[in-house]
Ligand binder design. Structure first.
Ligand SMILES: Cc1ncc(COP(=O)(O)O)c(C=O)c1O
Ligand SMILES: N[C@@H](CCCC[NH3+])C(=O)O
Length: 417
């Protein structure tokens, strides 16, 4: 299902809301999300997991806007967090702390305390050192911390190296060979309760085989633990399912999860999932306006009002995002091949290379598949206020984050006396 649709007058819409009208009302650049698309993505997982004891813990890092978290909370989702800040967001958005798992290689003592006090479902512990610290902090609070070990299965996820996490060269998780002794240690520690096991091998995975392979390795450990009397109640297989940005054969949740669920056939443990991108990526776009068209000696440039500070993925991973004109009809310029760039003073500030578009200054462009790791990775580089965010629900466009104002960007700063 495509996020955008053209009406009979040729104008682009998200659900029943016109993107031109959203730009007029809220300005650009502006992230636009669809509640129906968020719900459909979540329902895809629900359908794939029907009949199983499973909890879908949305990975907050993909898009942490309160309104998005609230949509998932209302659908009954749990959450995968990686910081105290994300925990605060989940609680503020009406999420249930008892459905929160806490991942991350460098949890601070302060964050551990906050999560224990909130009563989260489980800590995904990523090192021996973290295990000891968590035991100590739980003891100081008179609590027992629920733990899983995040095990690194050393499986190649076949994705971009920057977003591969399950190889033995990665900083994530506990080396496979060290997991068993560390579980024995966890059992001895008085302020820990061993609940589960966790692995997450990477992001934007299109082939389901590596996730199934990782799950199979993890199950071997679960059985070895059971033989020693350490019975786990849940298995967390992480997130990572990829989406279509350009022409990738992105699987539906049922197809992606089928090999994994086959490996898990007959298991009685509860299953946890941590999807991020696949729940929000294709439920959002970045709306931007063409400011300037200029023609260099070799290339045509369309300078738009969004930049790498708004959407870092092209600059960071050379990622491709489709771009569609919001308005209808052709211009006097005709179709040309453009570099779509932002106003930032970096040659790496591009949003797309070699795009064949018929553009005029003032035109609106929709940059697609921008719901995940878009606004969440935005910055204020070049003292650029961050974009507004709008969540469409039917015909209504709700402003769910106001555009930042310049004065807010230096409000925390001070000059020397
Ligand atoms: C521990 C953990 N869980 C879940 C996710 C979500 O991944 P994705 O957005 O690829 O589903 C990530 C990010 O890769 C992660 O690091
Ligand atoms: N930021 C990455 C995904 C990172 C996943 C984090 N665990 C992206 O935009 O593709």
């Amino acid at each position: 299902m495509s996020l955008v649709r053209r009406d009979t007058a040729g104008q682009l819409h998200v659900e029943e809301a016109s993107l031109a009208e959203i730009a007029r009302q809220f300005g650009t650049p502006c992230y636009v999300y669809s509640r129906a698309a968020l719900t459909a993505a979540y329902d895809g997982y629900r359908a794939a997991l029907a009949g199983r004891d499973a909890l879908i813990c949305y990975a907050v890092k993909a898009n942490s806007n309160l309104a998005i978290l609230n949509v998932f909370a209302r659908l009954g989702a749990g959450f995968d967090i990686v910081s105290g800040g994300e925990l605060a967001r989940v609680i503020k958005a009406g999420g249930d702390p008892a459905k929160v798992v806490f991942s991350g290689v460098g949890k601070s003592r302060h964050e551990m305390r906050a999560a224990l006090e909130a009563g989260i479902l489980c800590f995904n512990v990523e090192s021996a050192s973290e295990l000891e610290t968590l035991n100590e902090i739980a003891g100081s609070l008179g609590k027992r911390a629920p733990v899983s070990l995040r095990v690194n299965p050393n499986v190649d996820p076949k994705t971009h190296p920057y977003i591969s996490t399950g190889l033995k060269t990665a900083k994530f998780g506990i080396p496979f060979a060290e997991a068993l002794p560390l579980y024995r240690r966890a059992r001895e520690l008085p302020h820990l309760a061993v609940h589960g096991i966790d692995c997450h091998i990477g992001s934007q995975l299109l082939d389901p085989a590596p996730a199934a392979e990782a799950a199979a390795k993890i199950l071997g450990l679960v059985d070895a633990l059971a033989a020693e009397g350490i019975a786990l109640s849940h298995i967390d297989v992480g997130g990572g399912m990829g989406i279509r940005y350009r022409d990738e054969a992105a699987p539906a949740a049922t197809d992606y999860l089928a090999p994994l669920l086959k490996v898990l056939t007959g298991r009685t443990e509860r299953l946890l999932f941590e999807p991020g991108r696949s729940l929000v990526g294709n439920a959002g776009l970045l709306l931007t306006r063409v400011e300037v068209l200029k023609h260099g000696e070799e290339k045509n440039f369309a300078v738009v009002d969004a930049a790498m500070n708004d959407l870092a993925r092209p600059a960071l991973y050379d990622a491709w995002h489709d771009m569609v004109k919001v308005g209808a009809g052709s211009t006097a310029n005709g179709q040309k091949r453009y570099e779509i760039v932002g106003p930032i003073c970096e040659s790496g500030d591009f949003l797309g290379h070699d795009r064949d578009l018929d553009l005029a200054e003032g035109d609106l462009l929709a940059i697609l598949s921008a719901g995940a790791y878009g606004m969440a990775m935005s910055s204020n580089y070049n003292t650029r206020p961050r974009a507004a965010e709008v969540l469409v629900d039917g015909a209504t466009a709700h402003l769910v984050r106001r555009r930042e104002e310049v004065a807010q960007l230096f409000a925390l700063e001070a000059v020397l006396p």
